[in-house]
Design a protein around this ligand. Structure first.
Ligand SMILES: Nc1ncnc2c1ncn2[C@@H]1O[C@H](COP(=O)(O)OP(=O)(O)O)[C@@H](O)[C@H]1O
Ligand SMILES: [Mg+2]
Length: 402
């Protein structure tokens, strides 16, 4: 039941395409059941007052005779298809989802070390992506906390179960002052399954510091998975995800393509990311740093990076607040703009991030149109994300942000 209720909780967060299906389903069932008994009212132009029952529905007290408590059934294969194919609009977002999971695993490992729960010295905290056109593979590996056998079953074998969310609940009970809730990205428990959008087989090899054994999780995404104990994973700690690409997804084994995607979504992840040995995230998330620690040089470098120009900026605003929303932002006003030369209207270039992961590039809703010459980043960890993470749910909140 627990799993079904989690899935039900997530359904309203699924984008329009899916909710449309649910909506049409409920209309159909309504017409099937209740149209027959619907009383027919004569048409009238006269204004009639609604009766009390219509305006103030009272709670109905049915006399229950026998009550059965049943669980919702899930058809795992269908559910996996829905998760992998209907939630995400772009195939490429699987890279963002897996990198976010790796970042979370590294953040958890850092927490274990900082809180003295893990004292085993190990590999530095990092992520490595290896792609091979000839093997038709993309491999994402991290030196994070890893998963034991039960974790693999609970987290990867259970749709809509977020181990990261549970980890945060656990951390909240620990009596130390280390707060990592603003850093952990995962929350919905579905991102991992995006790997089946592009892969026809996914292997996960994982090793924790608490279990002497490493495990291999394998699935083709069609409803079942297998787990085997393995002798030597080839690394000390962490997780390695091998995606065997579908024939129509071989573009994700091409260096330039994958580099573009990594830099688009995950350029500001806290840990170093290497793609076939080349470092990807060269510039840090300056907006998340304390203002007092930022140097003019760093501001200049960040500006040149986001504006893609060497021209100096006129003003900058580095602003962060915790109430009413937790916002960290860094906004620049350029010295000039192309519209004054009669060129095309400038496009807003303020990107919306949540916990350093790109949610929406060129987010029009954040600033009024007349400020379209402004460039920068707004990071808000409080935005209630749509399950696909490609958008947010609450436009009232975005208005507040503005
Ligand atoms: N690279 C990884 N290292 C360790 N644990 C992972 C990794 N990838 C996924 N997990 C576990 O699997 C869970 C499910 O992942 P996912 O479907 O992306 O959901 P979410 O990230 O929203 O929790 C995570 O919460 C985490 O516990
Ligand atoms: Mg995730």
């Amino acid at each position: 039941m627990q799993r079904s209720s989690q899935i039900l909780k997530l359904l309203p967060r699924i984008p329009k395409l899916f909710s449309f299906r649910i909506a049409s389903f409920s209309i159909k069932s309504f017409s099937n059941n209740s149209l027959i008994s619907k009383p027919s009212f004569p048409f009238s132009t006269e204004e009639t007052k609604p009766t009390k029952e219509f305006v103030e529905p009272e709670e109905m007290n049915f006399q229950k005779e026998q009550t059965e408590n049943l669980e919702f059934r899930t058809e795992t294969k269908r559910l996996l298809e829905i998760v992998a194919k209907s939630i995400y609009q772009d195939k490429e977002v699987f890279v963002r989802e897996l990198l976010s999971n790796s970042a979370d695993a590294l953040e958890k490992q850092r927490y274990m070390q900082m809180s003295g729960k893990d004292v085993i010295p190990g590999d530095p905290l990092q992520i490595s992506i290896v792609i091979s056109e000839s093997k038709k593979q993309i491999i994402i590996q991290d030196t994070g906390i890893g998963m034991g056998k039960q974790d693999l079953i609970d987290n990867l074998g259970t749709i809509a179960s977020s181990g990261s969310k549970k980890f945060l609940d656990q951390v909240a009970k620990d009596s130390n002052n280390i707060n990592i809730s603003d850093k952990i990205i995962g929350q919905f428990g579905v991102g991992f399954y995006s790997s089946f959008i592009v892969g026809d087989m996914v292997q996960v090899i994982s090793k924790t510091n608490t279990d002497p054994h490493a495990y291999l999780w394998t699935s083709d995404g069609s409803g079942s998975f297998e787990i085997s104990k393995i002798k030597d994973p080839g690394f000390q700690r962490g997780t390695k995800i091998i995606i065997h690409l579908r024939p129509d997804c071989l573009t994700f084994s091409k260096f330039e393509e994958v580099k573009k995607i990594v830099q688009k979504y995950s350029n500001f992840i806290n840990f170093p990311i290497h793609l076939n040995g080349e470092k990807m995230n060269l510039i840090g998330a300056l907006w998340a740093k304390d203002k007092k620690e930022c140097t003019p040089d760093e501001y200049k470098q960040f500006w040149e990076y986001i504006s893609n120009s060497q021209m100096p900026y006129k003003y900058k605003l580095h602003y962060s607040t915790d109430a009413p929303l937790s916002i960290k932002s860094l906004i620049y006003v350029p010295t000039t703009h192309s519209e004054k030369y009669g060129l095309h209207a400038e496009e807003n270039e303020v990107n919306l991030y949540s916990k350093k992961v790109l949610i929406k590039a060129k987010c029009k809703e954040i600033l009024p149109n007349w400020l379209r010459f402004v460039k920068g980043v707004v990071d808000c960890e409080d935005i209630p994300l749509n399950i696909s993470r490609e958008n947010y749910q609450d436009s009232a909140l975005i208005a507040k942000l503005r």
